[in-house]
Design a protein around this ligand. Structure first.
Ligand code: PGA
Length: 260
C-alpha cells in the first residue's frame, strides 16, 4: 500500500485527477469506479477543469458506481445515480450510455446485485476505483464486519453512517436504511484502488485501515490485500498515523516517472 500525505483536499484532487488523466491517455476507454459523498468532489472538479482546458479527453471513458441507496424514488436528487450523473458524468461530458450502476429500485434486489457484478466483469473490470472511507472504516457501504470476500449485495447502514449522511437529506429519518454496495471482494477486483480521506474526522479510521490489523471490523483495511492500493490523505486525516514521517519521506523521494 502506498500512503501519500498532501497538505489539503485540493492538492489531493489534483493528484488523483492527474493519475486518472494518465490512465485515460494510456487506456482511453478505461472503466473508472467513482465514489459519492463530499470527499471525492475535488477530484471531479480537477478533472472537469482539465476537460474545460482541453487537457484531457474523456469521451471514451466509462464510469461505474460503487454503491446505491435502496428504495429512493427514481430520479431522487440524492440517489447515487443522480449524484454521479450530476457531479461526474455531466460535467465531464461523458455519454450517459457509458455509465453503469446498480438498480436500487429493482423488484428483485439480490438479482440486481448479481447482475451488477456480472456487468462489471463483462465490461472488463474496473481499471481505477476511487474510494472514500466512512468514519466507521467502511468502503463503499461495506459496514464493519462485512465479509472481506463479499460481492455486490444489500447491506444495512449503521446508525453512525445514517447520521453522517443525514446532511444530504431533509431530515435524518429520510436516510434510507438499506443500500446496494459493491462487495469488498468486488472492490478488490479493480486494478488500482485509490482511497482518499480528508479531514480530522477520518483520522482514526484511516490510521486503523492503514496501520491496524487486517480486520472485517475495519473494512478499509482490506486494501492491505490489494497489490496496487494508494491511500491519499490530507494532513488532518493523516494526524493519527504512527508512520507519517516515513510515508512523507518515501513520497518526497519517489522518482517522478513512477506515478501513483
Ligand atoms: P464522505 O463519505 O466523503 O461524505 O465523508 C465517505 C464515505 O462514506 O465513504
Amino acid at each position: 500500500m502506498e500512503v501519500v500525505i498532501v497538505p489539503d483536499a485540493a492538492t489531493a484532487g489534483e493528484l488523483i485527477a492527474d493519475t486518472i488523466a494518465a490512465l485515460l491517455r494510456h487506456t482511453p476507454d478505461a472503466l473508472l469506479g467513482v465514489a459519492t459523498g463530499s470527499t471525492p468532489l475535488p477530484v471531479y472538479q480537477a478533472l472537469a477543469a482539465k476537460v474545460r482546458a482541453s487537457a484531457l479527453d474523456v469521451f471514451r471513458a466509462r464510469i461505474c458506481q460503487l454503491d446505491e441507496y435502496v428504495g429512493l424514488p427514481a430520479g431522487h436528487p440524492e440517489s447515487y445515480r443522480s449524484v454521479v450523473l450530476r457531479e461526474v458524468v455531466a460535467p465531464l461530458g461523458i455519454p450517459e450510455s457509458s455509465f453503469l450502476g446498480p438498480d436500487g429500485n429493482a423488484p428483485d434486489i439480490p438479482a440486481a446485485c448479481a447482475a451488477y457484478d456480472s456487468a462489471l466483469a463483462e465490461a472488463g473490470g474496473v481499471d481505477l476505483q476511487l474510494l472514500g472511507i466512512g468514519t466507521d472504516g467502511h468502503i463503499g457501504f461495506n459496514e464493519p464486519c462485512s465479509s472481506l470476500a463479499s460481492r455486490t449485495r444489500i447491506k444495512t447502514l449503521t446508525p453512525q453512517t445514517r447520521q453522517d449522511n443525514a446532511r444530504f437529506f431533509d431530515t435524518p429519518d429520510d436516510v434510507p436504511h438499506h443500500v446496494i454496495t459493491q462487495g469488498i471482494g468486488t472492490i478488490l477486483d479493480a486494478r488500482h484502488l485509490v482511497l482518499l480521506a480528508t479531514g480530522e474526522s477520518k483520522a482514526e479510521a484511516a490510521a486503523l485501515a492503514i496501520e491496524g490489523p487486517l480486520s472485517s471490523l475495519v473494512p478499509a483495511s482490506a486494501l492491505q490485500l490489494h497489490p496496487h492500493a494508494t491511500v491519499i490523505l490530507d494532513d488532518p486525516a493523516a494526524s493519527k498515523l504512527k508512520l507519517s514521517d516515513y510515508f512523507r519521506t518515501t513520497y518526497a523521494s519517489k522518482p517522478p516517472w513512477q506515478g501513483l
